[in-house]
Design a protein around this ligand. Structure first.
Ligand SMILES: [Zn+2]
Length: 199
């Protein structure tokens, strides 16, 4: 598929997990595809995610290579942390500390401002578009990590998918990132294997 036509998915139930899910088929080296490869991708994700500052993120020129690298590096840190959470593995402490530091860096660039009669959070001079993008993502990540909902993080059971999501189903039985995608594909595969006498 032409990457320009890619529509980002927001099926995880948490912005940080949706951000991590910008890599498709993480667990399948043959099909793995990073949908935040180019600066344009970052801008499209920001607007499709409707980030609070997406207009500012998308104003002016494209984000630079160093910003893109930083955005992707933090995404991979978040993946490492949440994958461990989903698998009940020990959370990598160094990576968790990096996530906390990254949020701290973004937060340090915010300040309270008065607009008319309202007090609002604003960005200090010197804040960058990377901060505008990462702040809501990292806030969603750390809010989730420190909440009881953290126990609801799951990884899609599809062999290659690797996407993460929150299982908010009543029976806590959500197995797939998306029923329309991995769920149906695996149901069809199981049906075929049963018909073929393989199971
Ligand atoms: Zn999946």
């Amino acid at each position: 598929m032409d990457n320009r036509e890619y529509r980002y998915q927001f099926v995880a139930g948490n912005l940080a997990l949706d951000f991590v899910n910008t890599v498709a088929f993480r667990a399948d080296p043959g099909k793995k595809k990073d949908h935040l490869q180019h600066a344009e991708d970052v801008h499209r994700w920001a607007s499709q995610a409707q980030l609070p500052d997406w207009g500012a993120i998308n104003s002016g020129r494209l984000v630079g290579t160093a910003s893109l690298r930083r955005i992707r590096a933090i995404r991979e840190q978040l993946f490492a942390v949440f994958r461990a959470v989903a698998a009940d593995d020990p959370i990598p402490a160094d990576t968790l500390a990096q996530v906390g530091d990254a949020l701290h860096d973004c937060s340090a660039k915010r300040c309270l401002s008065i607009e008319g009669a309202e007090v609002r959070w604003a960005w200090r001079p010197g804040a960058r578009r990377t901060d505008y993008l990462l702040y809501p993502v990292l806030t969603a990540a750390t809010d989730l990590l420190t909440s009881v909902s953290c126990s609801l993080v799951r990884q899609c059971e599809d062999a290659g998918c690797g996407w993460l999501f929150l299982d908010r189903s009543n029976a806590r039985s959500r197995r797939w990132c998306s029923m329309a995608d991995c769920g149906n594909r695996n149901k069809a595969r199981k049906h075929y294997r049963r018909e073929a006498g393989l199971i």
